[in-house]
Design a protein around this ligand. Sequence first.
Ligand SMILES: [Zn+2]
Length: 344
Amino acid sequence: MKRVNIIILSFLFFGICNSIFSQNDKDSPRDGEGIHSFLKRNNRIGNNYYEQFLELNKNKLGKRNTLLKGVTYTLPSISKGNKEDQLSKKSNNKESSPIYIEPLFGSAYEQYTIKSNKLKGACFYLSSGHGGPDPGAIGKVDGYSLHEHEYAYDITLRLARCLQEEGATVHIIIQDTQDGIRDDRYLSNSDRATCMGETIPLNQLKRLEQRSNKINDLARKTKEKYKRAVFIHLDSRSQKKQLDVFFYYAKNSSGGKKLAKTMQETFASHYDKHQPNRGFTGTVSMRELYVLTNTTPVGIYAELGNIQNSFDQRRFLDPNNRQALANWMCRGFIKDYDNWKKGR
Ligand SMILES: [Zn+2]
């Protein structure tokens, strides 16, 4: 009898909850608002609301989930038991970390919080290979052209976000104000990218000189002692050649060599954990590349695989794999920074 009562009571309770919380508000976006900022203005912070919003408005959104001007959108109802909601209340609290916004990450990822101090005092200059008039290597799959730059840029943004979450200062040298972090398999191509707002020249030497100068200018003004310049590329070899992740460092750079080795070890141990039978064959070597030779911070140049090879393409096409590459690099930097601090 008691059990029946409880069941009836809980039905009643859920019924009441539903009727209290089910009225949905509506609103239209302001100029330049992405979903996150739109939801934030309407006091709905967190991924739960984001997912609910996408579901509620799936037929009203523009390309890549952009908000359309003049359209009225249904807002997810504010639920009291919502875990994310409590989190956001907590983060409005002075003691916990505030929410930061980096518009370059795009509307789905622009908000981030600083989760740790592991990279506090570290400064990074992230330069994704090519960009602007230069797409870099081009691979073909399923009728799509894969541009090296677009994939390198997506991974670079993911890395930037990871590093910032660990407390680092990050300068994103090559930028595209429209392409944020994209969870697509086939990343659309454009020549919009700039060197922090400046047009990227077509001439290869001028192009490399421009980003190197930018890094050196910033490094001169940087107060952090630990500075690392990071160059991210995908390689282009013959279609059959499967490549692991390669790291290069500059001639006579002991810091660069240490960093590259640490990075390689980090990747090897992650591969051992996730794909135990695979083995990791990525190498570390010195290479006289323009950007490594001509930039003042300790540098590392990563070649993340062969854009022509179908096995390697899996590493880039799946956004989760791009995120994993960024996460592992971030772990490598944390380790390198620890080693650096110990060695002082
Ligand atoms: Zn390249």
